[in-house]
Design a binder for this molecule. Structure first.
Ligand SMILES: *Cc1c(COP(=O)(O)O)cnc(C)c1O
Length: 367
């Protein structure tokens, strides 16, 4: 997708905030813990390469979700360990080996296909994934894992790590979390030898179950200044929001009472009103459900009125403002702030989804 540089809508990313958030989370963890920054999906919309460069001196490695995301980092000259968290296509494994990228091994069937593909993968680093209760990918059966360990040594793969993923680390009730943790520990006890990296904790587990991390944590959401539980659990420290979304007024007009605005004429002015148009819309990830929510202009909340279009939306202004006046969709103006979490609450989703939906069309400006 082409970044639209020639229009006044953009994302601003505070790299110092991301670095400071990382420090906050790892500070209380046991000393032996190494952090891997999860920068899949373009670092949750924050710009993967730039974030990786900024965090390079603070983390032991990076996690991404697929091979292309790993390539992007290698092409940018990032030499850290990279772990791909998802299952990658069998035939592409030689590419992972060539670029020194670690892959996830989650089933015997997949490994048998790898073997049948005939690639020479000696030395390929793998992290074995256990499904202790997430139910997505990973081994659930010890006898299958035993066969895999044998096959791995036969194929001369490097058993570099073992991991699992928690389904409920961000919830108040820790019952299921502990069931998963117990299962993971049981599997570890049965292994004839432990690999270098043992990891289970995402952001939520690292924050609220810091006593149960192994020797590596996989930190995503929290790095970006977001609470992985939404509003369910309080953070033990203060995070700094890392992302702002800004635009400006490109058109300002006064309308008569009774004027309809936008597709479907869902809004009708009730009196003489000042209306501003902003060049940003659902094609940027400003989803239509945000109709009725607000933006900030001149330190004041202004309602988003009428339907949000693909590239434009309208707001009700308290008075006339000049074309070119700054509009804050996410961020702070004076004493008022609009957060990613508020968007998520309004739309009925989680903060993760909001930042991931901000499309590549919006230029990322890093500070
Ligand atoms: C995305 C992901 C993470 C990071 O989760 P956060 O909640 O953002 O910290 C960790 N582990 C796996 C397997 C993931 O897919």
């Amino acid at each position: 997708m082409i970044e639209s540089d020639h229009r006044p809508s953009y994302i601003e990313v505070q790299l110092d905030a991301i670095a400071a958030n990382l420090e906050q989370v790892i500070e209380p963890l046991p000393r032996k813990t190494q952090a891997f920054a999860v920068i899949k999906a373009n670092a949750y919309g924050h710009g993967a390469v730039t974030v990786a460069r900024r965090l390079a001196s603070q983390v032991a490695g990076f996690c991404v979700s697929n091979l292309d995301e790993a390539f992007e980092l290698r092409q940018a000259g990032i030499e850290h360990p990279i772990l791909i968290l998802g299952v990658i296509p069998v035939d592409d494994l030689h590419l992972a080996l060539k670029l020194n990228i670690s892959v996830t091994l989650a089933s015997l069937e997949w490994l048998e296909l790898v073997k049948a593909s005939g690639q020479d993968l000696a030395g390929l680093a793998v992290h074995v994934k256990l499904d202790t209760g997430m139910g997505r990918i990973g081994f659930r059966d010890w006898s299958e894992l035993e066969k895999v360990l044998d096959l791995m040594s036969e194929m001369d793969l490097e058993f570099e790590g073992i991991f699992t993923h928690f389904a409920t680390a961000d919830e108040e009730d820790a019952h299921y979390f502990h069931e998963q943790l117990t299962r993971f520990k049981e599997w570890l006890d049965r292994l004839p030898e432990l690999p270098r990296w043992i990891h289970a904790s995402n952001s939520a587990a690292s924050i609220w179950h810091a006593d149960t991390v192994f020797n590596m944590v996989r930190l995503g959401d929290v790095l970006y200044g977001l609470n992985p539980s939404g509003r369910t659990l309080d953070l033990p420290f203060k995070l700094q929001p890392a992302l702002g979304l800004y635009s400006e007024l490109v058109h300002v007009k006064q309308v008569e009472a009774g004027t309809f605005l936008g597709y479907g004429s869902t809004y009708q002015s009730s009196e003489i009103e000042w209306i501003g148009t902003i060049p940003v819309g659902y094609a940027d990830g400003v989803v239509r459900r945000l109709q009725g929510f607000h933006v900030l202009v001149d330190g004041q909340y202004c309602e988003i009125i009428g339907r949000i279009s693909m590239d434009q939306m309208t707001i009700r202004l308290p008075k006339s403002y000049q074309v070119g006046t700054k509009v804050t969709l996410i961020g702070r103006e004076e004493d008022k702030e609009i957060t990613v979490q508020e968007w998520a609450d309004y739309v009925g989703t989680i903060n993760y989804e909001i930042v991931c939906l901000l499309t590549d069309r919006l230029p990322r400006k890093h500070q």
